[in-house]
Design a protein around this ligand. Sequence first.
Ligand SMILES: *Cc1c(COP(=O)(O)O)cnc(C)c1O
Length: 368
Amino acid sequence: MKQTSISPPRMLAPNPWVADAAPYRAGVKAPSGPGSLAQNELPSSPPAAAAAITEAAYEVNRYPDPLATRLRERLARLHSVDPDQILVGGGSDEFLFLLATAFGGPGRVMCCADPPYWGHEHPALMSGADVVKVPLREYRHDLAGMEKVDADIAFICNPHNPTGTCLSAQQIARFSANTRAPLVVIDEAYLEFTDFPEETTAIPLVAQGKIVVLRTFSKFYGLAGARVGYLIATPGLVNVLRTVRPPFSVNSLAQAAALAVLNNPDFNDEMLPRIRRNRAIAAELFGNAGYRSVPSQANFLLVQCPGAETRLVEMLLDAGIAVRPGTNLGIADTVRVTVPDDEGLALLERALTTPPGAQDHNDKRTQS
Ligand SMILES: *Cc1c(COP(=O)(O)O)cnc(C)c1O
């Protein structure tokens, strides 16, 4: 037999630490918007953003401002910092990859909680760095345990995802003073939902030079689909990350949307008390159905369901509600439920108060 001269192409092997990992698994959507409680999104979209995006769309032939200057200046005023201390990115997830590229790599050590937020572990691993995960204690960061780790960067999630527990600014200041890590990243993705944001944020500690704060427009501001976040750090660190970053990662529509929501705060100001109130009501609904939840300062609840995770996920899905199974988040026997608006709360109430079996019966009746 004649040998063919064409051999199959050799697949280039990724770095071993990439080959060992798996792609991100996003939370699922429910059939209806109000039932989509798997991704900690806001239940509705800010109208000012839609108007600003539409307007910006007429100039989409132009590259965006690489530094989002107007947005940066607006944020600098909001937080009383210098614009040089702010970097705007394509979601705060971008910063976690920039930090990993700039400071990670083989031989470097990153420290985070166990379970961690995906973005505090995965980008570090993808750079080839080692990750030391310190188990939570009573659903809270074990700061004393984390302090002892000989890490290059320590990641703190405040409030913590997926538990919703919160540290005070004093606890963070003490950690920053005691930790062996020269760089401490405080991820404040949910900070605006806390009861005392001013006493909780680490932004005033940034000037000390060791702390970096991450914020996002994806949660409180309701712009998860637009992909905008920002980082507050020293001008020196901002410069390092600017050197690493893709220059146009924040598109012009996203910049316009972010500026519009900051300039039209009514939507978020009205949403915030509803989320805080519904957080308490949702905890009560789960409590009455026999499920305890971790007291949360974020826009989600971690519901404890020993031995019943799959059953609870499926029961809620049957009722049109999608939640995040705790197993996917590294904390089995729980589900994470985004705090809904009133419509989603009604779905939740129906799901949790309908006796098992009756659900099927009701569904059949509506179909006929
Ligand atoms: C949702 C979330 C973010 C935000 O990510 P974006 O890329 O800004 O959408 C960051 N950190 C934590 C802990 C989160 O839960």
